[in-house]
Design a protein around this ligand. Structure first.
Ligand SMILES: NC(=O)c1ccc[n+]([C@@H]2O[C@H](COP(=O)([O-])OP(=O)(O)OC[C@H]3O[C@@H](n4cnc5c(N)ncnc54)[C@H](OP(=O)(O)O)[C@@H]3O)[C@@H](O)[C@H]2O)c1
Length: 170
C-alpha cells in the first residue's frame, strides 16, 4: 500500500442508521441539502469513485472537479474522467494534490477507509429496510468529531439528518 500520504484523504458519504449507502445502483433517498453540501465540499478538488458510482451519476463526470474512476473497463467509456486500475494507482495519480475525496461506493469505501484521515459523514436518521450496499464499520475510537450540524425533516427532506466531520486521531 502506498505510504506517501498527502495532506488530506477525505471520505465523503451519506449513511442511514444501518450504515446503508445505496440500493439498486442509486442512493437511498434524495436529500437536496446533502447534494449541496457534497458540491460545496468537493468542488475544485479531485474525486475518486468506483465504476458503479460513476454509472449512477445522471450526467457523467461531475463538473469543476478532477474525476478519477477505478475500473478494469475500457477508459473510453468514461468521458471527462481519468481511469485508474486500482486504488493505489488512483492515489498515485493525485500525489501532487493537497486534498482528495473518495466519493464511493461500497467497494471503494471498503478498500480506502484505512487510508483516509478525514471523514465527512452525513447521517440520515432513518433505517431503510432495503439497502443493498453498505459503508464498512467505523471504529469511532479512531476518529475525533470536529463538526456536527443537525437538521430537521422538512418539505424537501423526508428525514432528519446531520452533517458530521471527523478527523483521524494520531
Ligand atoms: N451514500 C453514499 O454516499 C454513496 C456514495 C457513492 C455511491 N453510493 C451507492 O453505492 C452503490 C455503488 O457501490 P458499489 O460498491 O456497488 O460499487 P462501486 O464501489 O461504486 O464500484 C465498484 C466497481 O469499481 C471498481 N472497483 C472498486 N473497488 C476496486 C478496487 N479496490 N480495485 C479495483 N477496482 C475496484 C470495479 O470496477 P470494474 O468492475 O469495472 O472493474 C468494481 O466493480 C450505488 O448504489 C451508489 O448509489 C452511495
Amino acid at each position: 500500500m502506498i505510504k506517501e500520504q498527502k495532506a488530506e484523504v477525505a471520505i465523503i458519504v451519506i449513511v442511514d442508521q444501518n450504515n446503508g449507502i445505496g440500493k439498486d445502483g442509486d442512493l437511498l433517498c434524495h436529500l437536496p441539502n446533502d447534494l449541496k453540501h457534497f458540491k460545496k465540499i468537493t468542488t475544485g478538488h479531485t474525486i475518486i469513485m468506483g465504476r458503479k458510482t460513476y454509472e449512477s451519476l445522471p450526467k457523467g463526470a461531475l463538473p469543476n472537479r478532477i474525476n478519477i474512476v477505478i475500473t478494469s473497463d475500457n477508459a473510453d467509456n468514461y468521458p471527462g474522467c481519468i481511469v485508474a486500475r486500482s486504488v493505489d494507482e488512483a492515489i498515485l495519480l493525485t500525489k501532487d494534490k493537497e486534498k482528495v475525496f473518495i466519493i464511493g461506493g461500497g467497494k471503494i469505501y471498503s478498500s480506502t477507509l484505512h487510508l483516509a484521515n478525514k471523514l465527512y459523514l452525513t447521517r440520515i436518521h432513518h433505517k431503510f429496510k432495503d439497502a443493498d450496499t453498505f459503508f464498512p464499520e467505523i471504529d469511532f475510537n479512531n476518529w475525533e468529531l470536529i463538526e456536527e450540524e443537525k437538521h430537521k425533516a422538512d418539505d424537501k427532506h423526508l428525514y432528519d439528518y446531520s452533517f458530521t466531520t471527523f478527523i483521524k486521531k494520531e
